[in-house]
Write a protein that binds this ligand. Structure first.
Ligand code: BGP
Length: 464
């Protein structure tokens, strides 16, 4: 790839670190009062859905090993780490607070602060408590209120020390995977229900922001969105239109709402035309308008290459966003062969410029970016994984991030997905993403990979 320049310097106070989520790393799925979430339940009824039948019960055990892990973060030079609070661990079905969970999260937060690793906390990372899914999950307005209460409780319990909060991780995922595809429970394909879910998630985000502001705790609150810049195949009217719809549904429905406080007018038109309008109230729309985010986390993995609809829609097939556009295979594109995702480093620059120019130049950070690799053991030399491909992946993305920074983008940090290899939705341990290897056959022993030391050096120099 084009070498943009030789030295890449980042600001002194740049946030360097990594991200993970409760279900993917905690373990102790049924210990100390934790109740079931949709993942625990789904694994119970359909273990064959999960790669090698490994479910969320087999994670890296951060619940028991957090001290060791946080010390390792410090050793590796990280100044921040994002994790999520498990709703079904903290709040019981009878709505009381689980004191064991409070103790655990307090210990984690305090240990992080003692080690100079700033906690960034996210409230929802795909893990709906089963007792709430049973009453309709995000389709039910009551669940939005229950989330609002959960968020408020988290701020009250931990907000004296935690100054970076996020309401959701990738709000589109429960919509797209749970209600437009078969990837997440409840595996429904119904565009209208999906729109209701998306609307309620965005409303819940604004209500959490409202609660946070009332408490005046002196921190910041945002949301984490996975932006997938949408590139049309050509400049033909049809391709441009298709790419615009993809962008509208997949990016702007979440980005505009969070930062600007309104659903894009075009999206509302589209939803009305297709008879997909969700149930909403004027009061709730006011809440969305008045409670926008202070900062943004952007997860960036891959772009979307879009063309006008060419494939036939099967008779009787349900309406989905993909009824309105097709994806196309761009010749010569770079691919991560393990995960099948396109690698397009410049996407990070394009999305940054978009935020600078169209979203109030709000401050944001890259909250996830990473490379999942299958069979990493084969890159082991003298007991350590020599993941030069990951070093290249990170540095190529950082070059473009650096260019964005130099052109006035308000970029504050970079977090890799993820700190240590973790369990993933459906794919379990198929693709490894971490700076640190987890040995599943040896009590989840942690061993830093080559990239961990390279990243440490980068942090020490604030550049490379
Ligand atoms: C993001 C999620 C993470 C993580 C990552 C990698 O979308 O926020 O939870 O899993 O993607 O994806 P995967 O694990 O599916 O390869």
């Amino acid at each position: 790839m084009e070498d943009l320049k030789m030295n890449y310097k980042f600001p002194k106070d740049f946030w360097w670190g990594s991200a993970s989520s409760a279900t993917q790393m905690e373990g102790a799925y049924n210990k100390d009062g934790k109740e079931q979430n949709i993942w625990d339940y789904w694994y119970e009824i359909a273990p064959e859905k999960f790669h090698n039948n490994i479910g969320p019960h087999n994670t890296s055990n951060f619940y028991y090993k957090y001290e060791e892990d946080i010390k390792l973060m410090k050793e590796l030079g990280h100044n921040s780490f994002r994790f999520s609070i498990s709703w079904s661990r903290l709040i019981k079905e009878d709505q009381s607070v689980n004191e064991e969970a409070v103790k655990f999260y307090n210990n984690v937060i305090n240990t992080m602060l003692q080690n100079g690793v700033e906690p960034f906390i996210n409230l929802f990372h795909f893990d709906m408590p089963m007792y709430l899914q049973n009453i309709g999950g995000w389709e039910n307005r009551e669940v939005v209120t229950r989330y609002q209460n959960f968020a408020k409780k988290c701020f009250e319990l931990f907000g004296d020390r935690v100054k970076k909060w996020f309401t959701h991780n990738e709000p589109i995922v429960p919509v797209e995977c749970g209600y437009l595809g078969h990837y997440h429970y409840p595996c429904v394909v119904d565009f209208k229900r999906a729109v209701q879910v998306g609307y309620h998630i965005m409303l819940s985000s604004s209500l959490a922001i409202m609660e946070y502001k009332k408490l005046n705790q002196g921190g910041e609150i945002g949301i984490i969105i996975n932006l997938t810049p949408s590139y049309p195949r050509s400049n033909s009217e049809e391709d441009l239109k298709a790419s615009n719809i993809a962008d509208l549904i997949l990016n702007r429905s979440f980005l505009d709402t969070s930062v600007l406080g309104e659903f894009p007018g075009e999206l509302i038109e589209f939803v009305k035309e297709q008879n997909l309008l969700p149930e909403y109230t004027k009061e709730d729309m006011e809440v969305i308008k008045n409670n926008t985010v202070d900062l943004l986390g952007v997860n960036y993995y891959q772009p979307r290459r879009v063309k006008a609809k060419e494939s036939k829609i099967e008779e009787g097939a349900p309406l989905t966003p993909e009824s309105f556009f097709d994806f196309y295979d761009m010749p010569g594109k770079k691919i991560n062969p393990h995960r099948g995702w396109e690698i397009y480093e410049k996407g990070i620059y394009d999305l940054s410029i978009n935020i600078r120019d169209n979203y109030k130049n709000i401050h944001f950070f890259i909250s996830e970016n990473g490379m999942g690799v299958e069979g990493e053991e084969k890159f082991k030399v003298d007991g350590r994984i020599e993941d030069d491909y990951r070093i290249e992946f990170i540095s190529e993305h950082l070059k473009w991030a650096n260019k964005a920074l130099n052109e006035g983008c308000n970029l504050k940090g970079y977090h890799l997905w993820t700190f240590m290899d973790n369990w993933s939705w459906l794919n379990s341990y198929k693709n490894r993403y971490g700076f640190v290897e987890i040995d599943l056959n040896n009590d989840y022993k942690r061993t830093p990979k080559k990239s961990a030391y390279w990243f440490k050096e980068l942090i020490t120099n604030n550049g490379f």
